[in-house]
Design a protein around this ligand. Sequence first.
Ligand code: CU
Length: 128
Amino acid sequence: MKTNLIIIFIIALFASVSYAQTPATVSAKVVTANLKVYGNCGMCKSRIEKALDTKGVKQAKWNPTTKNLEVVYVPSKITERKIQELVSAVGHDTDSTKAPDAVYAKLPFCCLYRDHDHSGMDDNKKHD
Ligand SMILES: [Cu+2]
């Protein structure tokens, strides 16, 4: 009985270790990152996703409510930093890159996330 328990424990340990290693093997080619990107509406969404229609990015999906950008990319072709820079270049701040003021100023009114929030989310905290 005791031996059985030990065997089960070893199998469980082995299973969890190999499970934990699976994402690392997959990520050798493609990585999924979740990045915070500020914006408001459907126009923001298409702007952000269009900016990432570029080499090395497999898929980009931005959620206007959560401000989460789920991006699937090839790390050997593009970096997470570069992805954030591309998003900021079209007018959207991320947690580590800022859109140029001149670009931001040209966004349609509904997209001005720094001053207004049209998405219904409480974002009073993010204003500086
Ligand atoms: Cu917008």
